[in-house]
Each structure stands twice: as structure tokens, then as C-alpha cells.
Design a binder for this molecule. Structure first.
Ligand code: CO
Length: 142
């Protein structure tokens, strides 16, 4: 398994519109992508920063996957995402090393990516995402 780069850092925010305004000011340019991921109950907003990105995460309702995080911490760095060539193979490698996974198999994330998450307990307290471009989504935009 090879981690190719830090693809993005996810930042959970209690007020998505306020955060978008703040980051647009910070970067001098608006977000490149915005999408609701129904399965996670989040709306994600991507800003490009060189070859990496910042992903703002807002909850779409009380059942959001970030509700607990926001209640406990009031927002902040939520996860670090590494680009890999093959999420499935990487998850299998990590499992064989005894690491605890939140996803046994890749699933669809925002922006036409396949993603899989590693439990923070196996990554020094940091929720860790692996992502790759989804071959099935290639050529369809997003
Ligand atoms: Co992410």
C-alpha cells in the first residue's frame, strides 16, 4: 500500500455558510465543489489549495455522522485524507496489519471519489480517510 499524498483535510463546522465565507476570504477564491452526501448526513464543500484541498463538512440534520463531533468539539479538524491508488487493496493491507477499519469496503464519497475510513484508535487519534478517483465515475464530471 502506498499513501500518495494528503488529498485533503476535513474540517467540521457548525455553520457551513459562515465557514464558506471565511475560507473564501482566506483563499481569495471560492470553493471548487459542493455536494450533499446523503449516506453520511453531511454537505461537503471543497477548496483547492495547491495539490491538496480543504473539505468543509456541515451537518444536514440531527442524524449526521458529524453531529457527535460538533457537539463535543464545536467544530475543528475532523479527518485527514490520503490519496491511494486502490482503496480496497489499501483497506485489506491495513486490516492485515491489525488496524481497525470503519469501512471494510470502499464506498462513494463526494466529488466522484471512492473512500474508506480507518478508526482514529488505529491512527493516533486521527480519523483517517483513504480516497481514490472512482473509475466508475470517471468521465462523468464531478
Ligand atoms: Co474527506
Amino acid at each position: 500500500m502506498q499513501l500518495q499524498k494528503i488529498d485533503h483535510i476535513g474540517v467540521a463546522v457548525p455553520d457551513l455558510e459562515a465557514a464558506i465565507a471565511a475560507y473564501t476570504q482566506l483563499f481569495g477564491v471560492g470553493p471548487s465543489h459542493r455536494e450533499v452526501v446523503e449516506s453520511d448526513g453531511v454537505e461537503t464543500v471543497m477548496f483547492e489549495v495547491g495539490e491538496s484541498r480543504i473539505e468543509l463538512l456541515g451537518a444536514t440534520g440531527p442524524d449526521s455522522k458529524i453531529t457527535g463531533f460538533l457537539a463535543k468539539r464545536g467544530g475543528g479538524i475532523h479527518h485527514v485524507a490520503y490519496g491511494v491508488e486502490d482503496v480496497q487493496a489499501s483497506l485489506e493491507d491495513l486490516a492485515s496489519m491489525g488496524m481497525r477499519l470503519l469501512d471494510a469496503r470502499p464506498r462513494k464519497g463526494a466529488g466522484g471519489k471512492l473512500v474508506g475510513f480507518v478508526h482514529p484508535k488505529s491512527a493516533s487519534g486521527v480519523l483517517t480517510e483513504l480516497c481514490q478517483d472512482d473509475p466508475a465515475a470517471a468521465g462523468h464530471g464531478g
